[in-house]
Design a protein around this ligand. Structure first.
Ligand SMILES: Cc1cc2nc3c(=O)[nH]c(=O)nc-3n(C[C@H](O)[C@H](O)[C@H](O)COP(=O)(O)OP(=O)(O)OC[C@H]3O[C@@H](n4cnc5c(N)ncnc54)[C@H](O)[C@@H]3O)c2cc1C
Length: 491
């Protein structure tokens, strides 16, 4: 609670003690208590036994274990009460925000520690999490990314130890452990070797394959132009992002986090001017509410830059902009009964074009990030099918000749929360407002890192520093000092 405590000092009194929700219970003073009139001629003993019976009924009712779904429906259905004050507010309830809520409540399981998640789209129709491909790999070039994904793998393997709820069916994130296969041309081969060394050193398990060996293991591949491949042997594959998000959220709620359906629209400030004091929220009912907080966390995915643009900026230090913006990415789903089949890793061609199996019935999904000059409009999530015909299919068909005969079935688009500075997560404190924390900018690899990011932010708040993984290189300071943390393997 180091960070909370230093904020408490700012306040001059215990913040946690002040954190009382506006929902107050109605209490009667003794003299207000309406007197019960015993009807003339009734036996007071039978009245007492009836009262005991009634009380027993109430105790029984209170003991009934409520279904988690009921609690969630309550959040969706009923008019919500926005707390006037909380300890930590998380802006955005996607995988990152919900993971943070879970870890915070897991670390501090005290009722008076109020964690509120503000989410403007509770159905997650445009959230990156639900529109993602759900890949998990350690084939990165940065130590921090490799380590976060290693923890992601450990977390998913033991997901029920973390997110399981007693009396509920076990959590199933549908992990498919078929690995990643990264292909390199002559130009990228040396880097692939270097990265593989680092990945294995840190605990990943992958091997390098020559073109002949590739052809041997994956006869469906055309090795023309390939110098080397790197195949993940364990801890890599893909999973269901929606299942992970739901599990994070259910567990966070069970542990006491509160979700508010509304949009964060701005902040208000302490009189001293050196800290944020509260959040302005427009609820789904259209009401504008002010909620005081000790700490705010920006986990608004692709829209995090917009949230931070609302922070008042009067002098130079305050005038920071968060370089995170939405970038539209298409995912195409196609059918190809003669395709590679079961033993198919998520394969990334050296052009950046990727594909993976989707289920067991000859269906695949694929995509490719456009060149900077080709970036599509982000106005809506419509899909450009010409992009598939012109930029994706030709590469796929060249690499896997069976894909020549594929049939496009469906498609969708989602937003990468794209960090224009160095395409990596920004995890740390605002340089001026010390009670504003960033957890965003993961640029297409955030869902697999959500367990590690949630844990890291909880450490920053509760312990005052990163404890398990040192993510200080991903702090906002790198942007001020112009020291990018460049990741080679961005898809
Ligand atoms: C096509 C595609 C494929 C991907 N593939 C992978 C992959 O294979 N592996 C991987 O690890 N990652 C992948 N990603 C990236 C991954 O989806 C993201 O990094 C991750 O989901 C980010 O989670 P988040 O919680 O930060 O963002 P989101 O899931 O977008 O959640 C942010 C939430 O904030 C809410 N919000 C925004 N503004 C406000 C506001 N003002 N007030 C209140 N709420 C607000 C939004 O409604 C949203 O629900 C992919 C992304 C896309 C688009």
């Amino acid at each position: 609670m180091k960070m909370l405590r230093s904020l408490v000092k700012l306040e001059g009194q215990n913040f946690l003690q002040k954190c009382v929700f506006s929902q107050t219970k109605r209490t009667y003073s003794k003299k207000d208590t309406p007197k019960k009139i015993i009807p003339f001629g009734k036996d007071p003993k039978s009245i007492i036994s009836k009262r005991i019976q009634n009380s027993l009924e109430k105790v029984k009712e209170a003991l009934v274990v409520r279904e988690v779904d009921d609690i969630l429906t309550e959040w969706m259905g009923r008019p919500q009460i926005v707390p006037q004050i909380c300890d930590v507010v998380i802006i955005g309830g996607g995988a990152i925000g919900s993971s943070i809520a879970y870890w915070l409540r897991r670390r501090v399981y005290a009722e008076e520690f109020k964690v509120v998640v503000v989410e403007r789209d509770p159905m997650y129709t445009t959230a990156s999490t639900t529109l993602s491909v759900g890949g998990l790999r350690q084939q990165f070039s940065l130590k921090e990314n490799i380590e976060m994904s290693l923890f992601g793998a450990e977390f998913l393997r033991n997901v029920n130890n973390y997110l399981g709820i007693e009396g509920e069916p076990p959590v199933d994130v549908c992990f498919h452990p078929y690995g990643y296969l990264t292909l390199a041309s002559e130009k990228g081969a040396a880097t692939l070797v270097e990265n593989s060394k680092l990945q294995n050193f840190l605990g990943a398990k992958n091997i390098l394959l020559s073109p002949a060996k590739l052809k041997d293991v994956f006869p469906w591949i055309n090795t023309e132009g390939i110098e080397l491949g790197c195949l993940g042997l364990e801890k890599e594959g893909w999973f269901d992002p929606w299942a992970l998000l739901s599990a994070f959220k259910r567990k966070a709620i069970i542990l006491g986090a509160k979700y508010i359906s509304g949009e964060a629209q701005g902040f208000f400030y302490k009189e001293s001017g050196d800290a944020l004091d509260g959040l302005i929220i427009k609820t789904k009912e259209g009401e504008i509410c002010n909620m005081k907080f000790a700490i705010a966390i920006v986990a608004a995915g692709a829209f995090s830059g917009q949230v931070v643009a609302n922070v008042k900026a009067e002098d130079k230090l305050e005038q920071i902009s968060l370089p995170v913006e939405p970038r539209k990415r298409y995912v195409y789903c196609f059918h190809c009964p003669d395709g590679p089949g079961l033993n198919t890793p998520l394969t990334i061609d050296y052009t950046g074009t990727y594909f993976r199996r989707e289920g067991l019935a000859g269906t695949y999904i694929c995509g490719r990030s456009p060149e900077e000059s080709e970036e599509p409009s982000i106005e809506d999530l419509s899909v450009d099918h010409d992009y598939f015909d012109e930029k994706v299919w030709p590469i796929l068909a060249q690499r896997i000749p069976a894909f020549e005969k594929l049939k496009l079935r469906s498609s969708w688009a989602g937003y990468y929360e794209y960090n224009t500075f160095d395409k990596n997560g920004i995890i740390g404190v605002h340089p001026y407002y010390q009670n504003l924390i960033f957890a965003t900018g993961f640029s297409g690899h955030g869902i697999q890192q959500s367990p590690a990011v949630g844990r890291a932010i909880s450490e920053l708040i509760v312990d005052g520093e990163f404890k398990t993984l040192d993510l200080s290189n991903l702090d906002f300071k790198r942007i001020i000092y112009s020291k990018p943390m460049c990741e080679v393997n961005i898809v």
